[in-house]
Design a protein around this ligand. Sequence first.
Ligand SMILES: [Zn+2]
Length: 265
Amino acid sequence: MLPDDFITSYRLLDAPLPEALTLAFAGDALLFAAGKPAGLADLPPPQALHLIGHYRGQPVQLADWPATVELPEGISASALRTAWGMLDEALWLIAGRASQIATFHRTHAYCGVCGTPTLADRSEAARVCPACEHRVWPRVSPAVMVLIRRGSELLLARSPHFRPGVYSAVAGFVEPGESLEACAHREVQEEVGVTIANLRWFGSQSWSFPHSLMLAFVADYVGGDIVPQAGEIEDARWFTPDAMPGLPGANSIAYRLIRSALDHD
Ligand SMILES: [Zn+2]
């Protein structure tokens, strides 16, 4: 999610805006100089420049380079996911928007219909095919997250790629044609084998790795024994508030969802 004082807009730029705040990306890595986001003065000319909005009235420009660019001395590249804590939180959230737009342009260089090289639209974050006019926009992938409650207990699961000891709420991507509610019931059934009722909306969060939109719900347990989905879920179990496992990072909606359930118990 973006900070409240960020106003979203888009324009392809011909020249850098001198008063702008710059977010520089090489591939999907944010560039730093002396511990701060690198400015254009520190870098070779970018592949493209995009105005992506205004933060507290100041324009924010995205400058991007291919991942293979040779970085000048003193410039370091850091995946956005690990750059949390290297930037203030508002800037990290804005960098999430920048990263998704940079990823979109990098991964849509050719038309998916006819294979012609695409061109960036000048006035919206889109690319267009000059041969067949097929137009594409940044992909946003909705994913539903469900925190299942049974009295004061919470059902949490861990995927094999989580850090050791960390458990989270059940989550999965929405399928074509599916409602959020249907997705919640299906993912819970598939991943942990139980049934739920009383879905309650919690909130949403853009998660730029690379383009998820997390949609979080709380639900009540109805029935069934926990059966972790082979290959997807390494372990799943009920946790009581006084014996919680490791939780996802404090910058994630999963953390806020679980914390909120514990705080309002
Ligand atoms: Zn085309």
